[in-house]
Design a protein around this ligand. Structure first.
Ligand SMILES: Cc1cc2nc3c(=O)[nH]c(=O)nc-3n(C[C@H](O)[C@H](O)[C@H](O)COP(=O)(O)OP(=O)(O)OC[C@H]3O[C@@H](n4cnc5c(N)ncnc54)[C@H](O)[C@@H]3O)c2cc1C
Length: 359
């Protein structure tokens, strides 16, 4: 049996970041040597934080989120990574020149093993594929269940449940949306992308949408998926477009891809008329309301919405079992696209590091 003071379960973004603050008496456990989600994140360039981070960029307990982001902010994350090569893109998203830079800075020695379950006698006993670990404190940093091929499992939720915690409904998020029959015309546009303003509830995102054979995706839609449960989404396909005086037909005049216009007009039985005779079409393009059928599912989702209920935690420590903590994506806190999820991992990890180091 291995004995340690602190066992960190999961060596992804949050577990590795937490481990950085301990010099001794801790053990990291993970089924993988290299943190797979960091590796593939941001298209291989890890979008590790954002210039503008607030509680409004997250779903979850806003008071907790605000407190934790204040404790360890985006500026703190930037200064932590100040010795790696990074770039600011889209005016606000910070990307590493390569995810390997982030991994090099965070990765460290760990026990490579599958975590099976955790029990508590006097200390915690963690059962793994490589034997048992005895620990005084356990930090669950095993993430969500999306992208199973990266090693994601539901172990964090199972550990939480086994100690009496509740899991807020989990679902795929930051994910493409599938379509109902009336929108199948979009499927003929696979590969086409266009800038749009997408609205869901009281949230608005102006960014690219990308049509695919499965439905619609792209950054604006991924963000929409965070806030969409059921009901409608509204797309303005003509953001910032001012109607000029012209004799041209709409397909020639509108700043939309040709293939898009052809399919759109065909699907709605509209003739390709002069722009001044196309009021109805313009109205529809500006206010295209529809109800998605569902999402592309966990295998394509960047994150898991829902998770361990934060109201059952004191900070991040269990109110039910002292010495048991949860950090990162396993919690019921989910961020928008743009570096917000790594920021949450780092902020929650630092909060717990300071808690453990001072108590
Ligand atoms: C394709 C993709 C791109 C993304 N890009 C970005 C981005 O650019 N910016 C951003 O902010 N977020 C991004 N995300 C989201 C981000 O990767 C996650 O929110 C973040 O990694 C969560 O960190 P975590 O530490 O909570 O969990 P993870 O990083 O998922 O780490 C959990 C660890 O636990 C281990 N584990 C799980 N179960 C077991 C078990 N039973 N036994 C042993 N080990 C186990 C896993 O191997 C893993 O290493 C992306 C996600 C995906 C899938």
């Amino acid at each position: 049996m291995i004995k340690t003071k602190i066992a960190i379960l999961g060596a992804g973004a949050s577990g590795l970041f937490l481990a950085k603050y301990f010099k001794k008496d801790f053990l990291l456990v993970d089924s993988h040597e290299i943190p797979q989600k960091i590796k593939i994140s941001g298209g291989g360039k890890c979008n590790f934080t954002n210039e503008f981070v607030s509680k409004e960029n997250y779903l979850g307990d806003k008071n907790l989120i605000e407190k934790v982001l204040k404790h360890y902010s985006n500026k703190d994350v930037l200064s932590f990574f100040s010795d790696i090569k990074y770039k600011k893109l889209k005016n606000n998203q910070y990307f590493a020149s390569n995810s390997s830079e982030i991994i090099k800075k965070l990765n460290q020695k760990k026990l490579i093993a599958n975590i099976i379950n955790v029990q508590k006698k006097d200390d915690f006993i963690i059962h793994t594929s490589k034997g048992d670990i005895q620990a005084q404190k356990v930090i669950v940093a095993t993430g969500g269940v999306s992208y199973k091929k990266t090693g994601a499992t539901d172990i964090g939720y199972n550990i939480a449940k086994s100690f009496g915690h509740s899991i807020e409904n989990i679902s795929p998020s930051l994910v493409g949306l599938t379509l109902q029959k009336d929108q199948f015309w979009m499927k003929n546009l696979s590969g086409v992308s266009t800038k749009a303003v997408c609205r869901v509830g009281d949230k608005t995102f102006k960014d690219y949408i990308l049509f695919s054979h499965k439905g619609i995706t792209g950054p604006a839609i991924l963000n929409v998926s965070l806030y969409w449960k059921k009901g409608s989404v509204v797309i303005d396909f003509l953001p910032d477009f001012i109607i000029p005086k012209s004799n041209k037909t709409i397909s020639n005049l509108l700043p939309l891809p040709k293939r898009f216009m052809t399919e759109f007009l065909k699907a709605h039985n509209f003739p390709d008329l002069n722009i001044l005779k196309s009021k109805k079409i313009l109205q529809l393009l500006r206010n295209y309301e529809f109800s998605p059928a569902g999402t592309f599912g966990f295998e394509k989702a960047e994150v898991t919405r829902g998770g361990v209920k934060t109201s059952e935690l004191n900070g991040f420590e269990s109110k039910i079992v002292s010495g048991l903590y949860f950090i990162g994506e396993v919690l019921n806190v989910t961020g928008e696209l743009g570096g917000y999820n790594f920021q949450w991992c780092f902020s929650s990890a630092k909060y717990v590091a300071d808690d453990l180091l001072t108590n």
